[in-house]
Ligand binder design. Structure first.
Ligand code: HPA
Length: 247
């Protein structure tokens, strides 16, 4: 692969960039509008890296309002061919407790009303991309190896369910997702993964478990607990990606 690497970061990952030299910030526009944030160019041993803040650097853009098409288009135009996406999730698996990391292997999309394809007008022939395996096996292997070196436990066979948000799910919705075979639930995994496939970029997701999904354990979901788990989990993401970026 000759292209650049990119990280699409969720909440609270910018600090990891401190370990590498920042070459500059680039404000870009696309035929689909503005991406969520400027592209931050970073120099690291594995090559040039671009960082995009999915929810924006200053204000938070909620999951259903993110311009996923602009984000992916901007990265493609900048020469990116491999994307490491970081996604916060709720967990329905005992071996994926809050603050741990998992690599989704499959996904089910329950989101709706989002601009989810670059083939949305009648100006081009219809293209049906293959999406049997939504995540890049090459990049999953890269992360599994890096995880071993960094001494991190990574569940490798999780199924990610993408809900619309921004509200969290009901207990019955989570029971339905579990019956469908989902292990994790998040709001940002789609259409991002499919758009990356349409643009022929390798894409992988690192899921950071923020909480037990609604009703999976007794009690309600507290924002304080989510924040604490995310802070710890993002520390682990930083360790994992630093290992990858060392080259
Ligand atoms: N559900 C959906 N998205 C999420 C959750 C959740 O429980 N936690 C973090 N992102």
């Amino acid at each position: 692969m000759n292209g650049k690497l990119a990280i699409i970061g969720g909440t609270g990952l910018y600090s990891m960039l401190g370990g590498f030299e920042t070459l500059g910030r680039e404000v870009v526009n696309t035929p689909f509008g503005e991406p969520s944030s400027p592209l931050v160019h970073v120099d690291c041993p594995a090559g040039e890296l671009l960082f995009l803040a999915r929810h924006g650097f200053t204000h938070r853009i909620p999951p259903h309002c993110i311009n996923y098409r602009a984000n992916l288009w901007a990265l493609k135009e900048a020469g990116v061919d491999r994307i490491f996406a970081v996604n916060a999730v709720g967990s329905m698996r005992e071996d994926c407790p809050p603050a741990s990391l998992a690599l989704p292997e499959q996904l089910i999309d329950y989101s709706w009303g989002r601009e989810h394809s670059f083939f949305s007008d009648d100006q081009q022939p219809v293209v049906h991309v293959d999406f049997t395996h939504p995540y890049s096996e090459t990049l999953r292997k890269t992360l599994i190896e890096a995880g071993k070196k960094a001494g991190l436990d990574l569940v490798q066979d999780a199924v990610y369910g993408c809900t619309q948000g921004p509200r969290l799910e009901t207990a019955a919705e989570i029971r339905r997702l579990m019956r469908d075979g989902c292990d994790l639930v998040g709001m940002t995994g789609m259409p991002e993964a499919a758009l990356a496939r349409e643009l022929e970029m390798d894409y992988v997701s690192i899921a950071v478990i923020a909480n037990w999904a609604a009703g999976y354990h007794p009690g309600e979901i507290s924002m304080e607990q989510i924040q604490a788990a995310l802070q710890q989990g993002m520390g682990r993401v930083e360790q994992l990606l630093t290992q990858v970026l060392k080259g």
